[in-house]
Design a protein around this ligand. Structure first.
Ligand code: AR6
Length: 168
């Protein structure tokens, strides 16, 4: 899989799948979650509600998929990152699960390009440097038949700098 870094808004990325940093309610929120629901329209929320009715909430580290409504992507993969609480091993494992489970879902859907935001590094306060390292390592270790490109979408300057160094 090739990797790429893009600075900007993930809702604008025409990848087959974009990943949302959701919360376990799947009902939307602030940050990238708010941006995706706003730009994607009500279809995404309706599908999230159907998923909740079927399986209940989405646990931390897990991922579910909806269509992408008005977005240029085909799918939105909603994953729930860990809230940073200082327990490094536990939080790191859960963040790794977010990337793995999202990639696994994408692989099953035949996705060729997938874009990730920097999950957990906003409202959930995961240290950015460690989160970047986990994201890049997990993607590099993932064996894929279908996925050709993974795009890391950085919204803030600090993450952009971190990912530039990690992907060099
Ligand atoms: N495109 C790409 N990245 C973005 C965008 C965007 N449009 N907007 C923000 N980011 P956050 P979390 C970056 O807070 O930490 C929500 O309320 C942002 O700079 O969106 O996983 C959910 O409902 C940061 O680097 O997600 C949850 O309750 C990264 O996205 C909670 O926030 C993640 O920041 C999840 O917190």
């Amino acid at each position: 899989m090739k990797t790429e870094l893009i600075k900007g808004d993930i809702t604008k990325i025409p990848a087959d799948a974009i990943v949302n940093a959701a919360n376990s309610s799947l009902l939307g929120g602030g940050g990238v979650d708010g941006a995706i629901h706003r730009a994607g329209g009500k279809q995404i929320l309706e599908e999230c509600i159907q998923i909740r009715n079927r399986q209940g909430k989405c646990n931390t580290g897990e991922a579910v998929v909806t269509s992408a409504g008005n977005l240029p992507a085909k799918y939105v993969i909603h994953t729930v990152g860990p809230v940073w609480n200082g327990e490094e091993n536990k939080c790191s494992k859960l963040l790794e699960d977010c990337y793995k489970n999202s990639l696994q879902l994408a692989e099953g859907l035949g996705v060729k390009t997938i874009a990730f935001p920097n999950v957990s590094t906003g409202i959930y306060k995961f240290p950015k440097e460690l989160a970047g390292k986990i994201a890049v390592e997990t993607v590099r270790n993932f064996q894929s038949e279908n996925i050709e490109k993974v795009i890391f979408v950085c919204f803030d300057d600090e993450n952009e700098k971190i990912y530039k160094k990690l992907l060099d």
